[in-house]
Design a protein around this ligand. Structure first.
Ligand code: ATP
Length: 450
């Protein structure tokens, strides 16, 4: 089951501390959201799961954490200063602004007027002054994608790790886009995070690697609890491809507001490394890149057999963290009328709280002591956030933990003190089971296997 509409998710997220409008007490700012106590855990768990599958479980990917502030030279040579735009249309009547593809039948979506301007390119990058003098000459951009800094660090990484293609560089971090119309909760925002892998391959092997990464990424989303029936693969039409792409597959998901892009998997060819490289004329570069007189570095690799230098092609799976969070929340959202409850059936590795430990009686010294002991035992298994709920209200705690997706609640009662056992209640089945304290470690390890 999923949410019937976005409002259900927005309201649960606010009520239970997942996501709040940013700058809320000053009226908020459009397209900006903050992740609260539950949201920060869910987001971190999703990012950790991505990192684990992309970096730790493989032997051909290195990690990177680069700066957000990016030199205009980088974003000039990457093509973003010239082409990272959306077509903007103004309504002369109500003064609203739209992306051209949001206009239907030549009418303003807000006031229905036909008095619209022609569309013109609007650059989505945020610019900011650098240094103490703001005279317009010294500035940087907030990066619109994490990818460019990966390309710019390519030489540093191959020199320090001796990697040769095929290999990848992964990065998770903030990206900023001055979207014309941010909308649909955290789906389209102006500040977001991306999980990006740039996978460098020999020219000629790129089409096979492209297929490989599309499959891998679909598998990963399904391991996050996203129903594969709700994922659709869309090949982007040639005329709609980004300036760097030879082919792109968008992984589309049925969000509450419609079928939209969750992740893009692009074949960026040798465009980016080619654009940032010094002495381009020394190489056969497949894509059209600007002449580069600014770079100091040759971003090419020598084929050890043929001794020829070549610029690798790049396959890029690029996923938005916020869109991922929205998809997994939507998938997990369940209303059980018969039990009069709402719950999040999150995969246990994504749950913000891994276990709630509830002493039967509030402030009872012996029960709380045992609860704390159980908590440290569970945390030593590397489970993440485990909470002791010292309120004495079991029913209320069950309701809250169902709604935030805690897989299990452990109740400590007076019998626990006598025979060292606890009652474990499963979120999805609501079944309760008595488990001895010495068995809890095994019990949890089995539960969190996936
Ligand atoms: P869209 O067509 O929806 O604007 P895009 O094709 O411009 O997205 P990419 O440049 O491919 O997006 O960025 C990679 C990923 O980053 C997207 O698949 C998406 O998950 C995420 N992303 C891009 N823009 C935003 C945004 N404004 N808010 C949230 N996530 C975003």
């Amino acid at each position: 089951m999923t949410a019937t509409n976005m409002d259900d998710l927005v309201s649960l997220c606010k009520r239970r501390g997942f996501i709040f409008p940013s700058n809320d007490i000053y009226g908020g700012m459009k397209g900006l959201y903050d992740f609260g106590p539950m949201g920060v855990e869910l987001k971190m768990n999703l990012k950790n799961s991505w990192w684990k599958s992309i970096v730790y479980e493989r032997d051909d990917v290195e990690g990177l954490d680069s700066t957000i502030l990016t030199s205009p030279l980088v974003l000039n040579h990457s093509g973003h200063e010239d082409t990272f735009t959306d077509p903007l249309v103004d309504c002369r009547n109500c003064k609203s602004r739209w992306r051209e593809d949001q206009i239907e039948n030549g009418e303003c979506p807000s006031c229905n007027s036909n008095d619209l301007t022609d569309s013109r390119p609007f650059n989505l990058m945020f610019k900011t002054a650098i240094g103490p003098v703001d005279d317009g000459t010294s500035y940087a951009y907030l990066r619109p994608e994490t990818a460019q800094q990966i390309f710019v660090n390519f030489r540093n990484i191959i020199d320090s790790t001796s990697r040769t293609p095929p290999f990848g560089i992964a990065q998770i971090g903030k990206a900023f886009r001055n979207e014309i119309t941010p909308r649909n909760f955290i789906f389209r925002v102006r500040e977001f995070e991306q999980m990006e892998l740039e996978f460098f391959v020999k020219p000629g092997s790129d089409d096979d690697w492209h297929k490989y990464w599309v499959e891998k990424r679909l598998e990963w989303w399904s391991k996050q609890g996203v129903n594969s029936q709700k994922l659709k693969l869309l090949e982007v039409k040639k005329q709609e491809l980004s300036h760097y792409s030879k082919a792109t597959f968008d992984i589309m998901y049925e969000f509450p507001h419609g079928l939209e892009e969750l992740e893009g998997v692009a074949n960026r060819t040798d465009f980016d490394l080619g654009s940032h490289t010094k002495n381009q004329k020394d190489f056969k570069i497949n894509s059209k890149v600007k002449e580069n007189k600014d770079s100091t570095t040759k971003l090419a690799i020598q084929d050890l057999e043929t001794k020829e230098w070549f610029i690798p092609f790049v396959i890029e799976p690029s996923a938005g963290v916020e869109r991922g969070v929205l998809a997994v929340l939507n998938e997990a959202y369940t209303v059980e009328e018969s039990n009069n409850r709402t719950l999040l059936k999150l995969k246990s590795h994504l749950s913000p709280i891994k276990a709630a430990i509830i002493p039967l009686k509030r402030n009872n010294h012996d029960l709380v002591n045992l609860a704390n002991k159980v908590k440290s035992g569970l945390q030593s298994l590397g489970l993440g956030r485990v909470m002791v709920e010292n309120t004495g209200n079991i029913g209320k705690n069950y309701r809250r933990h169902d709604e935030i997706g805690t897989p299990m609640c452990l109740t400590i009662d007076f019998e626990s003190l006598e025979n060292q056992s606890v009652t474990i209640r499963d979120r999805d089945t609501m079944k309760q089971e008595r488990v001895s304290l010495s068995e809890i470690g095994n019990y949890y390890s089995n539960y969190f296997k996936d």
